[in-house]
Ligand binder design. Structure first.
Ligand code: ACO
Length: 377
C-alpha cells in the first residue's frame, strides 16, 4: 500500500483558492465583507447595498445603487409554473425542499441560464429567492400567492409577500439587519458546494441549488431551527441541569460552536443586541423564549466556553425571527435568501480562474477480488 498521506478530514485547514470577498478572523471574533467590518455594515448599511458590495467588490454610488435596486425590484415576479409548483407540492414538504426545486425550475426555464452573464443572473437569483420564500410562506398558510410590490425595498417586499401585509419600519429594519448579517461567510459548506458545482462548468442556478441543499443540514444553516427547538425544550427546566444533560449524553448544543470562530461569533453579538431591542414590543410567549435563550446561553458557556465553543449566528436567530413573526419552518429558507449574494459572489470569483475541483481519497480497500456468480456467494 502507498504511504498514508496526511488526511484533512472535513477539509479542515485546507486552502483551495485565494479570495478577496470575506475575512473570518476566528481568533479575534471579527468578520469583514470586502474589508468592511460586519458591525460597521450592520450599523450603517442595508441588505441591498451589501448585496451590491458582494457582487461588485465596492460600495455603490447613489446612481449605481438606484439601478441595482431597480433590477432587484423588476425581477421579483414569479412565473405561473413556479407559483403552481409551490401550490401543488405535497403539503408536508419542508420549505427548504420547496425552495430548492423552485430555484431549480427557475434555472431550468431561464433562457440564459447556461451562457448569460453570471452577474446579471445573480441579481435575478437574489431577487427571486426572496419571492420564492415569501410565496412558500404565504401559500403554505393561506393557499394564496401575494404578487410582489415593486415600490417596496427588497426586505419590505419579502415580508409583504409572506402575508400580504406591509410591515412597520422597525420590523423591516430588524429583518434587513438579519439578512445583512447572514449575507456572506467565506468558504463555509454551502458556499463550497456551490463552488464545486460551478467548477464543473455547470450554471450559476444549479450551483445555487447545490448551496441551498447543503445549507439545509442541522450542522450548518438548519441549526437556527434546531436551536430554537432546543431552547423551547429547555424553557421550563433548570438551564444548568438541562445543558449538563445534553453534554453528558453526548449531545450538542445547537447554535453553539463553529469550525472557525473559537470565540463569540460577532454576528451572534449583534443579533443578541437586536433581540434585546426587539423584545420591548414582543408578546409574552416570545419574551419567555428569549429569557430561556439567555439562561441556556449562560449555562452553556460555563461548560463549553473553555473549549472555545461559543454561540454562533444561529443561536439567537430563532428568537429574533419569532419577534418578527416568521414561522420556524422558514428560518433556514430565510437564511438561504440572505446568503444568496455571498454564494453568487464566490461562484463568480471562482469561475474567473476555474479549475475542476476533484480531491483525492486515500483508498484503504482491497484490490484484485475475484467475481463470484450470485448463486455461489
Ligand atoms: N455542543 C457541544 N459540544 C460541541 C459543540 C456543540 N455545539 N460543537 C463542538 N463540540 C465539541 C465536540 O463534541 C468535540 O468534542 P470532543 O473533542 O470532546 O470530541 C469538539 O467540540 C470538536 O467538535 P468538532 O465537531 O470536531 O468541531 P467542528 O469544528 O467540526 O464543529 C460545528 C463545528 C459542526 C458547527 C459544531 O460546533 C456543531 O456541531 N455545532 C452545533 C450545530 C450548529 O450550531 N451549527 C451551526 C454552525 S454556524 C453555521 O453553519 C451557519
Amino acid at each position: 500500500m502507498d504511504e498514508k498521506p496526511k488526511i484533512n478530514q472535513g477539509l479542515e485547514g485546507v486552502y483551495f483558492m485565494e479570495s478577496e470577498i470575506c475575512k473570518v478572523d476566528g481568533k479575534a471574533g471579527k468578520l469583514y465583507y470586502y474589508g468592511y467590518d460586519i458591525g460597521e455594515l450592520a450599523k450603517h448599511s442595508n441588505f441591498e447595498e451589501v448585496s451590491y458590495l458582494l457582487l461588485h467588490g465596492k460600495l455603490p454610488k447613489q446612481k449605481e445603487l438606484a439601478v441595482f435596486k431597480e433590477a432587484l425590484a423588476s425581477n421579483r415576479e414569479l412565473s405561473e409554473d413556479v407559483i403552481n409548483l409551490i401550490k401543488r407540492i405535497p403539503k408536508k414538504t419542508k420549505p427548504m425542499h420547496t425552495l430548492s426545486v423552485a430555484m431549480d425550475l427557475i434555472g431550468a426555464t431561464e433562457k440564459n441560464a447556461e451562457n448569460g452573464s453570471m452577474e446579471e443572473a445573480s441579481v435575478r437569483i437574489i431577487s427571486k429567492m426572496a419571492s420564492v420564500v415569501g410565496a412558500i410562506g404565504s401559500i403554505r398558510n393561506t393557499g394564496k400567492y401575494n404578487p410582489p410590490d415593486e415600490t417596496l425595498s427588497h426586505t419590505e417586499n419579502f415580508l409583504y409577500m409572506l402575508d400580504g401585509e406591509k410591515k412597520k419600519k422597525d420590523v423591516v429594519a430588524l429583518t434587513d439587519t438579519m439578512l445583512l448579517l447572514h449575507a456572506e461567510h467565506s468558504s463555509n459548506a454551502s458556499t463550497f458546494s456551490g463552488i464545486v458545482t460551478i467548477s464543473t462548468m455547470s450554471d450559476i442556478y444549479s450551483a445555487t441549488v447545490s448551496a441551498i441543499n447543503t445549507l439545509k443540514g442541522p450542522l450548518h444553516g438548519g441549526a437556527d431551527e434546531a436551536a430554537l427547538k432546543m431552547i423551547k425544550d429547555g424553557m421550563d427546566k433548570d438551564p444548568d441541569k438541562y445543558i449538563n444533560g445534553i453534554i453528558s449524553s453526548g449531545g450538542r448544543i445547537m447554535g453553539f460552536g463553529h469550525r472557525v470562530y473559537k470565540t463569540y461569533d460577532p454576528r451572534a453579538t449583534i443579533i443578541k443586541e437586536q433581540l434585546k431591542k426587539a423584545l420591548r414590543n414582543a408578546n409574552k410567549e416570545t419574551k419567555k423564549i428569549a429569557d430561556a435563550a439567555f439562561g441556556i446561553e449562560e449555562a452553556a458557556i460555563k461548560v463549553t466556553g473553555k473549549k472555545g465553543i461559543w454561540p454562533n449566528v444561529d443561536f439567537f436567530s430563532g428568537p429574533v425571527y419569532s419577534c418578527i413573526g416568521i414561522e420556524e419552518g422558514l428560518f433556514t429558507p430565510v437564511f438561504a435568501l440572505s446568503r444568496a449574494p455571498g454564494w453568487c459572489s464566490h461562484i463568480i470569483e471562482y469561475s474567473r480562474n476555474n479549475r475542476l475541483i476533484r480531491p483525492t481519497v486515500y483508498y484503504t480497500g482491497a484490490v484484485g477480488k475475484k467475481y463470484v456468480e450470485i448463486g455461489n456467494r
